[in-house]
Design a protein around this ligand. Structure first.
Ligand code: ADP
Length: 503
């Protein structure tokens, strides 16, 4: 199959979150399965720097140059083709310095960029033109999030303009319903689409233009990043206002859990770790990693004290209010150590900082973004907390399973799909991999964490079994890519049913 992806970020060129991992890694996996993949993304400063500053990266400049009519103004796009060493994927950077030559992807220290609607309307339209101009063979156009939500609309409604529209099906992946690309109605003119589409069934949302809604309404098939999140977004509040549209298209909506990159997150080869380990050697390996982390964070070097790790953005979504409350209850009374890494909202940093000041022998807080430290915490922690309010997929719990740090999670979205609660029955069946709770309350988090600590302290045989069951799980991209290929086939079937694709 020939697959073209359009994404506003992709590793190794530009990243703010999990979307970049998906858009950079999934195509590589699809190529390994014998398919042909191209990825389009904007030529941000970071993307151009990455491509131009490395001699091993091959850049074919301006393989196409085109003009997009943006509300009556002709705006040029230069398309550069980039080949990474030993990578079969063709990356295409859509260049327009006025839009992309700046610090930050979607905003900077002053807030989100005021011209984001124009930037991504332009990007989507340039991708559509470039596919035609470069005569890229295409069976599937796979779009990600609101930034590319217009592409399925062009694909469905402008079939007389480009022949590739009639030969392919479109797939839209939703990574987080909370970000919809909502702009004021008059921005409709930037899309170049018929104003008749500015109505509630398609592109309009309470008088605004909604680009994620547009993608959901027009794509032949939809995916999101876990089966539970796929169900949750069909009702309030997780649907964030689009639950009606999503449930009306539920037969076309599929949940596929993101994979983890085994070459980066593997305790047997991870160069960030003080010791390497696998499911047979994790006890010694983890003990060495714990010792080394305690030492470097200034925590007392104690093998017997349980170490709780937390890594994540300091944002409401991640359940920091529950964590802070739990820590306040426990800080003086329970002998546990906390290794916390998170950056984001200052109010959470302040609350955590107070706790770290109160008991520096029990709490280590780092409020930076540090990939090596994230790896070291996963390897050292006995328990990893993720009490998210909502979690479309979540990666940290997958890393925890891989690194033998038992996850304690709230049962929502991808957390519900990837962590099997250690009930007596699941332990008996040998399928327990962590501890899960339902209610979004500090009491429920405390109960689940106490259950974990009890087994950790008093039932080492059961603990080992849970660790090893977790380490045995396969959350690789190979599995996710195979599931995505099935969706591509379904999308082509749907397009045939809608009589857009020849049988
Ligand atoms: P989300 O995409 O909602 O932030 P995920 O769990 O899906 O949450 O992925 C978060 C990723 O970002 C993980 O790889 C995690 O290790 C990493 N991460 C988050 N905060 C930090 C930080 N402060 N330092 C290093 N890595 C971080």
């Amino acid at each position: 199959m020939h697959i073209v992806m359009a994404s506003s970020e992709a590793i190794p060129f530009a990243k703010t979150g999990g979307l970049a991992d998906v858009a950079g890694t999934l195509p590589v996996e699809l190529c390994k399965l014998g398919h042909d993949c191209s990825v389009f993304l904007p030529a941000y400063q970071t993307a151009k720097q990455y491509a131009y500053e490395r001699p091993e990266v091959q850049v074919d400049e301006s393989v196409a140059s085109l003009v997009v009519d943006l509300a009556g103004y002709p705006v040029h796009a230069w398309i550069h083709r980039v080949k990474l060493p030993n990578c079969p994927v063709n990356f295409y950077l859509v260049d327009q310095p006025m839009f992309y030559d700046r610090h930050g992807l979607y905003g900077d220290s002053h807030g989100t960029f005021g011209d984001n609607c124009a930037r991504y309307c332009f990007f989507s339209r340039a991708v559509v033109e470039a596919i035609e101009r470069l005569a890229i063979p295409i069976d599937i156009i796979h779009c990600h999030d609101w930034q590319t939500g217009l592409i399925p609309a062009y694909h469905r409604t402008q079939t007389n303009q480009h022949s590739w529209y009639r030969q392919s099906a479109s797939v839209m992946t939703i990574h987080n319903m909370a970000y919809q690309g909502r702009f004021w109605g008059p921005d409709m003119v930037l899309t170049g689409l018929d104003h008749g589409l500015f109505q509630w069934e398609w592109m309009e949302y309470y008088g605004d233009l909604n680009l994620l809604k547009t993608g959901i309404a027009f794509a032949d098939a939809l995916t999101t990043v876990s089966p539970t999140y796929a169900r949750e977004i069909q009702s309030h509040p997780q649907g964030c206002g689009l639950e009606g549209l999503l449930s009306s298209r539920s037969d076309r909506l599929f949940g596929i859990v993101n994979g983890i990159d085994d070459s980066v997150w593997n305790p047997q080869t991870d160069s960030n770790l003080a010791a390497h380990f696998n499911k047979n050697t994790w006890r010694e390996g983890k003990a060495a990693c714990k010792r080394s982390l305690q030492e470097s964070l200034g925590l007392p070097i104690r093998a017997d004290v349980p170490l709780i790790g937390i890594v994540g953005r300091l944002a409401d979504q991640k359940g920091w209010d529950l964590i802070v409350q739990l820590m306040r209850w426990w800080i003086e009374h329970r002998e546990v150590q906390w290794a916390i890494l998170g950056n984001g909202e200052q109010r959470y940093a302040d609350m955590l900082f107070q706790l770290a000041m109160q008991r520096p022998d029990r709490v280590s807080l780092q409020t930076t973004f540090s990939d090596p430290l994230a790896h070291r915490i996963e390897a050292a922690a006995d328990i990893f907390l993720m009490p998210s309010l909502y979690e479309p997929c979540g990666l940290n719990q997958l890393y925890s399973l891989r690194y033998g740090a038992i996850p304690v999670v709230r049962s929502t979205g991808g957390l519900a799909d990837t962590v099997c609660d250690a009930t007596a029955e699941h332990i008996e069946q040998g399928i327990a991999t962590g501890f899960a709770f339902e209610d979004y309350t500090p009491e429920a988090l405390a109960n689940a964490t106490i259950r974990a600590l009890e087994i950790y302290s008093h039932w080492p045989g059961i603990w080992s079994k849970i660790v090893e069951t977790g380490m045995n799980q396969d959350w690789s991209w190979t599995k996710s890519a195979a599931a995505m290929l099935d969706v591509y086939e379904r999308a082509r079937q749907f397009a045939r049913i809608d009589q857009r694709l020849r049988p």
